[in-house]
Design a protein around this ligand. Structure first.
Ligand code: HEM
Length: 205
């Protein structure tokens, strides 16, 4: 590791996040293809209408496991709430009506990332439970199966929207962030700019 670089993510964190991201893409493509008739052509990418159901089911199980592992690894960092978080929200994280210079120093994850963590964790739990009902609907009362279909679609579509925003923030909006997950390392300048409190606490070479 170069002297001016800082370790941001461990190999295990990267493995579970990248596997989760890859399975999410498979889930989004197969899910949209199975759900909407207008998008059924998407199932061509995941093996046709019959195979897509199995691809969606198996990718869903892998995705759920990745989310459990991400939860275990990041829950502590994402559970620290302090006054600075309120301040971060009031200043829209420096993205909308305030500038980055006005935003308070952030720890390993900023307030927006913590909200993202809890939203994706809860949405994933919702997708898993409703998904299990939909896999064996005859085991449950009819009302539960219909509600599961409704909520599975709702969680799926809102999670896709969240991830589009997440990918934008993790790439084009904040240059130098994507490599944090890809290589596990960030530049000292990036760490000081985005997570100054974490940068002060972290062990540096
Ligand atoms: C599909 C492509 C994806 C890309 C390119 C991507 C990229 C990234 C990057 C670069 C980070 C590190 C941010 C940092 O160091 O500050 C990150 C963190 C994170 N990712 Fe992703 N991600 C993707 C998909 C997902 C999915 C599908 C989920 C969950 C459903 C997810 C959940 C998270 C969470 C909870 C974090 C930590 C908090 C945060 O940075 O928001 N990501 N992601």
């Amino acid at each position: 590791m170069a002297v001016h670089e800082i370790q941001r993510f461990s190999n295990s964190e990267r493995f579970w996040h990248i596997t989760g991201a890859a399975t999410f893409i498979v889930l989004a493509v197969s899910g949209l293809g199975l759900y909407a008739r207008e998008l059924s052509w998407l199932t061509v990418l995941t093996g046709g209408p019959y195979l897509s159901k199995w691809v969606h089911f198996l990718a869903g199980l892998v995705f759920a496991l990745c989310q459990v592992m991400n939860f275990v690894q990041w829950r502590r960092d994402c559970s620290e709430w302090a006054e600075v978080d309120g301040d971060w929200l009031r200043k829209s994280g420096g993205y909308l009506w305030s500038s980055h210079a006005e935003v308070p120093e952030q720890g390993r994850f900023n307030t927006g990332q913590k909200i993202m963590f809890w939203s994706t964790s809860l949405e994933s739990l919702g997708l898993l439970t409703t998904g299990i009902v939909l896999w064996v609907p005859f085991v449950f009362p009819k009302g539960i199966a219909s509600l599961s279909l409704l909520f599975h679609a709702f969680f799926g579509v809102t999670l896709i929207m969240l991830i589009v925003i997440h990918v934008y923030l993790a790439t084009a909006a904040n240059p130098g962030t994507f490599r944090a997950m890809w290589t596990g390392r960030v530049s000292a300048g990036w760490a000081r700019f985005h997570h100054a409190r974490w940068w002060k606490e972290v062990d540096r070479p």
